[in-house]
Design a protein around this ligand. Sequence first.
Ligand code: G
Ligand code: G
Ligand code: MN
Ligand code: NA
Length: 253
Amino acid sequence: YALSAAIPAALERGEFYLDYQPLTSLRDGRVVGVEALVRWRHPELGVLRPDSFIGLAEETGLIVPLGGWVLAEACRQAGSWSPAVGAAPFVSVNLAVRQVRRPGLVQEVRGLLRSTGLPPERLQLEITESTMMSTAEEPVRALRTLADLGVRIAIDDFGTGYCNLAYLRDLPVTELKVAGQFVAGLRAPESRADERILASLVSLAHALDLTVTAEGVETAGQADRLRAIGCDAAQGWHFGRPDSAERLLARLH
Ligand code: G
Ligand code: G
Ligand code: MN
Ligand code: NA
């Protein structure tokens, strides 16, 4: 708790920053999007990964100001990315359940799109299955309003939570991000189950007009299998580790 209590001062001192990990098209190898991943440059503890403070921030409610900063910073940076070759990538931002439940979410996002000039189609919001499950009518309306504006809505870590398929029907989802644990199984020749689960998820998603991004893709072999299955995009060490916006953009140019 000492760590999370330090979040407000750390926000004021500018100790948080964003790295970005590419989402790469399996069809043409283009970087179609980037996921924003927050880091904390802590003055005594060094650079902290999100798993060491996001959980605490969610418990204490400090995820609201921290997540708000992440959203604003991601929109600000992405708004400045001019298309290098073809379209500039969209930026994908993780939203905690408390951020989705907050009444002001639509206004916040609208304001950020206006002030940064980021087109709505270049913002993707990632929510988890558990966020969907615990989300009441009001937040669902907010997500629908955002989707109507053109903002993309992705379900993160799909397949690992309480996956109630009715939510795919009722929520304005545009993309499924399939959890890396299914992709890890593609390495083992005997793991036919993972490959069949992935192929079925891709069929389900495409039948519902959703795109599928596979997470945790670490090898060319996994990428080949995913391409054969019809998966749209991939994210993982094989395509690029999380890195600064500057280095990622330099790679794109
Ligand atoms: O950066 P890393 O690859 O260690 O990410 C670890 C986890 O932290 C991921 O599951 C990611 O979803 C989560 N995470 C990273 N940045 C954010 C953020 O800004 N907000 C929320 N809610 N979660 C984040
Ligand atoms: O939001 P999410 O929890 O999906 O965040 C992605 C997390 O997965 C981050 O912690 C990121 O560092 C991690 N990650 C990204 N690519 C890979 C990969 O290829 N393999 C593994 N094991 N982890 C990855
Ligand atoms: Mn994510
Ligand atoms: Na994920």
